[in-house]
Design a protein around this ligand. Sequence first.
Ligand code: ZN
Length: 426
Amino acid sequence: MKKIILIFCVLIVCACNKTNESNYRIKTIIEENANTIIAINYPITNIKKLNKKVKEYVNDTYNKFLKQYNEITFLNKKHELNIDYTYYNLADKYISITLFKHISSSDKELILNEVISYNYDINKKSEIKFDEIITSNEKSQIKDLIKNLLFEKYGSIIDLNKISSINYDNLKFSINNNISIYFEAHEISNTYKDIIQIDIPISHFNILEYLSIEKKETPLYIEPIINYIDISKPMIALTFDDGPSIYTEEILETLNKYHSNATFFVLGNKIDAHSDTIIKMYQYGNEIGNHSYNHRSLTKLSKDEQREQIDKTQDIIKKYTGFTPIYLRPTYGSVNNKLRNNTNLDIILWNVDTKDWKYKDVNTIVNNTLRDVKDGSIILMHDTHKRTSEAVKILIPKLIENGYQLVTISELKEAQKIKNNINETR
Ligand code: ZN
């Protein structure tokens, strides 16, 4: 009987937790291969039909890209694939997922931007197309509005012949407070390369009764836990890139269990979906660093694009934690002077690479790390793999047993500064 009661209690706890969580999570694939770099982030909802479509698109794109660009060497050119997303849930009535695919070569000779959108009516349990959100009376009016907005925003690049042959029944769109409509550049222009987006206030669409979205309360920031550090003893900094993810929580609990901290270099586009995780990350005394918004190869971007990647991520971290990061870990570990001179953030690389994205075996990850680590090491891991959260459970107590304190990058730097000062005054 006792057992049954216990199981029952656990179920209740799980159920409660679920309702507090946001109803989508972000899946991440990040890898560096011989001829390619890949960063893919996409949402997983609790709607199977929708997940299947999104996953099919992602897998198909990923496989085609590898086949086309990784199997052939293009004279020192690395090709980059990036898939980013937007996710909207309008009052639990409509879910919109838009995927943005970007492919480019390191010399920018090839630049390809594509967009695909999925819109789902939660009540009808089916996908909805653009012509289903406008009544037939509205059609011509909405058409004119779209044309006007396109001319207003993109006038100089528009090709008139292309505009006149747009198929309005099958537009790519997302439903939020605005109806956003997306075009690939070639659909309306001969010169432009980026995705084209116009926004129409939802009130223009009669078929949708206007649904106001409840504003989330601004979180009350709680002071983080402080773990005691002895600067005379050896210390190392564990760092986790590419999160937060569904595996981050477990790593946070392991760190907390051993009164240890780490630094998490997070992606801005994953934080809304994992806001509960980022808050806990900060409250447990860990440091949060910036790893760009959607893992584009930063050195390839213009100064404005680099700033946008960094600033958007700074803002969203601050929104949930009140904390503004001071460190940047560049994507793919690649840095140049353009990037260095374009940010106030300190650039942090690593000196021990666990290669947890490559090795599938937990013990290999643990043993590699234990072999290479020494006082002052900065260790690279990724909180996007189940095996990393498992490795951490073995690694952390072992490192502590070997006399190391696990600290944040700020703590490591501060301790090194104090030690240097003591040595100088001696
Ligand atoms: Zn990364």
